[in-house]
Structures are given as C-alpha cells and as structure tokens.
Write a new protein. Sequence first.
Length: 332
Amino acid sequence: MQVEYCASGIFLPEIELWLDNTEPCGATWISHGHSDHARGCHGLVIGTSATLRIYRMRLWLPENEKEPEMRPLEFGETTEWHGAALTAYPASHILGAAQLLIEFRGERLVYTGDIKLRPPLRGEQTEPVPCDRLIIESTFGLPVYRLLDRDEAAAQIVSFARNCLEEGATPAFVGYALGRGQEIVSVLCDAGITTAVHGAIAKFIPIYQEHGYGFPGWEPYEARSTAGKALVVVPSHGNSLEASGKNVRFAYVSGWAALDNARSRSGAERLIPYSDHADFAELLSLVEQCRPKRIDVVHGYTVPFARILQARGWDAAAPQRASAHTSIEAEG
Ligand SMILES: [Zn+2]
C-alpha cells in the first residue's frame, strides 16, 4: 500500500484516507484525543467514540463552518472505506486510544498511533495485531527507558501521597491534562485519598466516568483549601504552587522520569517513571508479536530505533516527513 509521510500527517492515497492529520482535510482517522492528534476541522473523522467525544470538545469551529461528519469505529469493529477494511484495536495509551488495521488488496497495515503494550492504570489494554507493515511510534525507543508497570506505579503514587500527608505536607502530582492526570486522580481516589484536581484535568473526568472509571471524592482544586488533600495539577500550574510558599512536595509521573536529570528539570522530589507510551522493551515485544515484514518508525527516537530493529533482523526505516503534500496540491 502506498504511504506518504507529510508534515501534518500520514496519507494513504489509494484509499484517500489520512492518519492523524492535524491540518483540515477530506477524511482522517484520529488515533486518540491528545491535541497533537485530535485537531483540525476535517470533512470526516473516524475514531472510537471516546476519541470523537474528546475531539469534539477540542474542536474550534470558525464561523459558518459546519461540524465534521464523525464516524465512530469501536474496538473490534470493521468498516468499509474505499475498498479497504478498517478495524480498530486498543492501544493502552489514553482512554479510547486505538490502533488502526487497514486491509487493502491482500495487505495488512497497522498504524499504532501513540501506544504502549502493558495495561494502563485506567483504559483499555493493547491487542497486538499481526500485520505485513507496521507504522509504529518510538517515544521511548532507546534501551535507557525502562518504565514501571501499572501496579508498581499505582503503589508508588499512593505511598508518596500517604507519606506526605502523614508528615503534614501536601503531595502534588504533576501530570498531563488528558490521560496521565485522570489516571493519577483515579488511583488516589480509589485509595481513599481526598484529591483536589486542576480544572484542565478535571474537565475530562466525566468522559472517564462515562466509561466506567471511578473518581470517588475528587474535588475541584482551590488554592485556599489544600490541607489534608493530594493535588493533581498540570505542569504549568506546578510552578505557581511551588512559588506559593506552602509545604508542597512534588512527584513527577512521566516516562521522562526514567532519567536522573528529570529531577533537576522537573524540580520534583520523587520521580515515578510511568508513561502512556511503551518503553523500549515493550516496543520490541510489540514488534515481535505483530511480526511485520516491514516497519516504519514515525515518532520519537525514529532513526536510532529503526537502526536497533535493523540490527535485530527487521526491515525497518525512519521515513522523513515531507513539508508539503504534493498530491493535494496537484488536485488543487
Ligand atoms: Zn498521545
């Protein structure tokens, strides 16, 4: 199958479908709700219903612009698209995140989007999909990245919070607005710890609740009332908390916390190396379970990870992204 790597996304010209196109286009698959994937006012978007729900929340429509047509594709469902069969599979990244299997003229192509292999703290677990060609990300595609599994991450989150509270300090967890933030809140709430949540994270909690995840006892964050509570905030808010002079102790929950220099970069006392992306060993395991004939590495440590795969006998490459999409211009 022809695959074109463009600055704004990946294009499959034979079936006129984009993958995670960030610029307005005719039709795109959206792998998950993070803002570097779920954006742009397109003619039609295909994704899981959770992803479409988040995409709609993010959508800013110019005046007189009509809302994109949205076609939900749930895990395990197949839909026909311009002679191809499209099937969604879970990706363990954030709620609703999906891989896309595209079957076209006897070839099976899988686009992972952002993915990890192990089960997430909250969300669906990846199913490796055997394929001929695998387009995979490599955010943590170097051997130095070894991340915690979900149970160990949850235990470290809860013990840090309890220790701080017992010592009269306020534990603050810095997480991304969508995904990590809700995971940390849900873990703390399930452990019975009252948790105050920054608005940028709180606004996505109802979507997780709709999918069955509990957040008993969470509260909106209020600067005047933090005593006896754990805080979950976004990185930009962490700085103002630090400057507030209160007895706040920070934990940094991130894949980047696998490296010692994360302590000085984040200013956090506790590093908890947990991510919604696969670590190095998981990426290798995923490749081995998919058994592709060809691998395209598209995000993160693309060149070194492709070389590592080549050294292990895989046909792997790190395609360069073109700055402009010539086919679209030709259609002009
Ligand atoms: Zn993502």
